[in-house]
Design a protein around this ligand. Structure first.
Ligand code: IVH
Length: 706
């Protein structure tokens, strides 16, 4: 595999190494959080392993960098706050990784050396045996049994403390609640892996697509998301499966009678646990060459399995030797995971398409000449975003390396530049939405370009319609999600404005299946009612990026009437006064201003807002503060206020319908001057604006109390 860090650690100065260590440790911690707590990794397992390996190399070269806080000393991520915590009585370790045959040879040589037996037999054994098993790509768990009864289940968490998933484990297919046999230890903790089969994963994702829920990226994330559910009923519906591969605390003198890992596996099976029992997959092998043959055989079988594996695990079979070898940091010395390389293949990019997501983000996808990557035909690969295409310089007609690494979505790794045709041209990312033709913009600090034509773009429409009719927006009771989706499919609604044309199609609606007079009448009443929406709700309902309920309110108070607001918005993309006025509103940041400007720069959006405005009777924002003497007045606070904080003063003024500005102009009605007021007070004097002290202002607004 290739690493982004090219300089060998031996050539680094300590300061360089420290800087790189800090950066890597931060990245790994962030990725741990995405992977373990959010169940949504941002990078492939192979890339993650690459980061970890580099960190380990740095620490090997500069031991002073290794602290107890280092990610190399921790397993996984801290347990999340929502489940109760369980301390593992025996820590749950992780495994070291081998990526090449040489790594495996080194591992075996190290064991022989450590045990002090290069060639000679040891502990009465002529050979060093290994238990070989596939490494299931799922989620590890620990299950505790007392007197043969299941009492508690936990995730790995950070290896010391995990999350209590007792109720969830009970729902796994074939999970034993009571163990069988007369030799079950009084206390037994088993460790294993929970996973989701490919068939169940497909079925779950199909269900999620139908319900408009986001798909899980791969079976591992689906298993993790399903297991860590506070409502175990949901876990039960997900049909998770498990294998047991090891143990933690074992009571009585059970272990005194069992000498090998292989034998313990058989015991686990006899007590009622599922183990990997297939003769080709689970084997007892002698080290060295025979292990390599096993690895290749499992790699060959991998595409035939109904679950994901990401390598194989070798464990020293003899339990006395396991004990002597012990562990270092997060991993036992007696076991190692031999990872499969990411599966790659070369093919040609036939075109680059842009997909538009439900929220308007533009995602580039490479359409490939179909190629077999590790047993699966791949015809599409994600290119992530504009920057990624530019970084890799992916062009139509180029030969690229595609990879499937644990993830289900294949990726373009790199371009084989030696095969680049001479006439190939760099890809230019579009600045218009391919679905609706609206402008596509990229906000500062964002990687994705977004379509700004949310109100008309087919790709986003359903999402927008849903938002528009929702309770906190236009509150269109009677037009539930299902009905609206059906209207949209049948072409009755093409944009949000069409909702207000529905009364003209009353007869048609009444006749629809599941409708009738009563429902159609209810819908008409709801539509009439919603025509009188408050301005703030209307602004919010448009679904403009970054314009949530609070921003809707602030804008509505500031502009008071729908016509003033709409006129200002249409002028906004031109800059000037409207823009500086907006910049000055408390609670409106640059992101909101940019989003409003992008939205109203798009003529399609203006057309739709215009038809809405004509069809509706939007209510002015003054209702709350109509009786206030400061309603509609513009106020500037300056200097130090003593009875109110600046924020308090602003929000009280706004709640009474006043507009709070940050600079004084001829349009300012009052300047409230606190102590040490400076230039604004001077400006107010020059412009002849009414100047009030803090107490005068408070008296004024108090006089309007009802
Ligand atoms: S043995 C002391 N066997 O891989 C730890 N682990 O990357 C012994 N895993 O935490 C682990 N399949 O969750 C073992 N057949 C298998 C496994 C397996 C999957 C997981 C396990 C472990 C992780 C390490």
């Amino acid at each position: 595999m290739s690493f982004p860090h090219v300089k060998p650690v031996q050539q680094l100065a300590l300061t360089e190494a420290k800087a790189e260590w800090d950066d890597l440790a931060d990245q790994i911690r962030a990725h741990d959080k995405h992977y373990y707590q959010n169940d949504a990794p941002l990078i492939s397992d192979a890339e993650y392993d690459g980061l970890r390996l580099r960190l380990q190399d740095l620490e090997a070269q500069f031991p002073q960098l290794q602290t107890s806080e280092s990610p190399t000393q921790k397993v996984g991520a801290e347990a999340s706050a929502t489940f109760s915590k369980v301390r593992h009585s025996v820590p749950m370790l992780s495994l070291g990784n081998a990526f090449t045959i040489d790594d495996v040879t080194d591992f075996i040589a190290f064991i022989r050396k450590y045990l002090g037996a290069y060639d000679a037999p040891f502990a009465g054994e002529a050979l060093l045996n290994f238990v070989c098993e596939p490494k299931i790509d799922g989620l590890s768990f620990s299950a505790r049994y007392e007197k043969g009864q299941f009492v508690r289940g936990a995730t790995r968490g950070d290896g010391e403390v995990g999350e209590d998933i007792t109720a969830n484990l009970k729902t796994l297919q074939g999970f034993p609640l009571t163990l069988t046999g007369d030799d079950v230890p009084a206390v037994l903790e088993v460790r294993g892996e929970v996973y989701m089969s490919h068939a169940d994963f497909e079925a779950l994702n199909n269900k999620r697509i139908a319900a408009d829920e986001p798909k899980f990226a791969n079976p591992r994330n689906a298993a993790a998301g399903s297991l860590r559910q506070l409502n175990a009923q949901i876990t039960a519906e997900r049909r998770l499966k498990f294998f047991v591969y090891g143990w933690g605390e074992v009571g009585d003198d059970t272990l005194a009678h069992i000498t090998s890992h292989w034998e313990f596996r058989q015991k686990l099976k006899s007590w009622g646990f599922q183990i990997i029992d297939d003769k080709e997959l689970a084997q007892l092998r002698v080290g060295d060459n025979t292990i390599v043959a096993y690895y290749h055989n499992v790699q060959r079988l991998r595409p035939t399995l109904d679950y994901d594996i990401d390598g194989v695990v070798y464990k020293v079979d003899n339990l006395i030797l396991q004990k002597r070898l012990g562990s270092v940091g997060r991993a036992p010395r007696w076991a190692i995971a031999h990872k499969f390389p990411a599966e790659q293949a070369q093919t040609v990019v036939e075109s680059i398409d842009i997909q538009v997501g439900r929220t308007g983000s533009l995602t580039p996808v490479a359409r490939l000449k179909p190629v077999n990557v590790g047993g699966v035909m791949v015809g599409n690969a994600t290119l992530h975003n504009e920057d990624e295409i530019a970084r890799k310089d992916v062009r139509v007609g180029n030969t690229v390396v595609v990879q499937r690494a644990g993830d289900v979505i294949p990726q373009v790794v790199e371009v084989d530049k030696s095969k680049r045709p001479e006439n190939s041209v760099a890809y230019v990312f579009p600045d218009h939405c391919p679905v609706c033709g609206s402008f596509a913009v990229r906000e500062a600090g964002e990687v994705a370009k977004r379509c700004t034509g949310g109100l008309l773009c087919e790709a986003q429409l359903l999402e927008r319609l849903r938002h528009f009719v929702s309770r906190n927006a236009m509150d269109l009771e009677g037009l539930g999600e299902k009905q609206m989706e059906a209207f949209w499919r049948d072409g009755l609604i093409k944009t949000v404005a069409d909702i207000y044309d529905l009364p003209s199609r009353y007869a048609e609606i009444e006749k629809r299946e599941g409708w009738g007079k009563k429902s159609a009448d209810n819908l008409m009443t709801a539509i009439e009612k919603s025509r009188y929406a408050q301005l703030e709700k209307f602004i919010f309902a448009l679904g403009i990026r970054h314009v949530g309920e609070i921003t809707g309110k602030v804008l509505a108070r500031h502009y008071s009437s729908c016509s003033a607001w709409f006129a200002a918005m249409q002028a906004l993309p031109l800059g000037g006064d409207v823009r500086s006025d907006l910049d000055n509103i408390d609670g409106i940041g640059p992101k909101v201003v940019a989003a409003l400007s992008d939205f109203f720069r798009e003529p399609h959006n203006i057309d739709i807002v215009q038809s809405l405005v004509s069809a509706l009777h939007i209510q002015d924002a003054q209702a709350v503060a109509a009786h206030s003497v400061v309603a509609g007045k513009t106020v500037v606070f300056t200097g130090t206020l003593v009875r109110l904080s600046r924020n308090e003063a602003k929000s009280r003024a706004e709640s009474l319908g006043a507009k709070v500005a940050s600079s004084v102009s001829a349009k300012t009605d009052y300047v409230v001057a606190g102590e040490d007021a400076g230039s604004k007070l001077k400006a107010a004097r020059e412009l002849g604006v009414t100047i009030l002290s803090e107490s005068e202002w408070l008296d004024l607004i108090d006089s309007t109390k009802d």
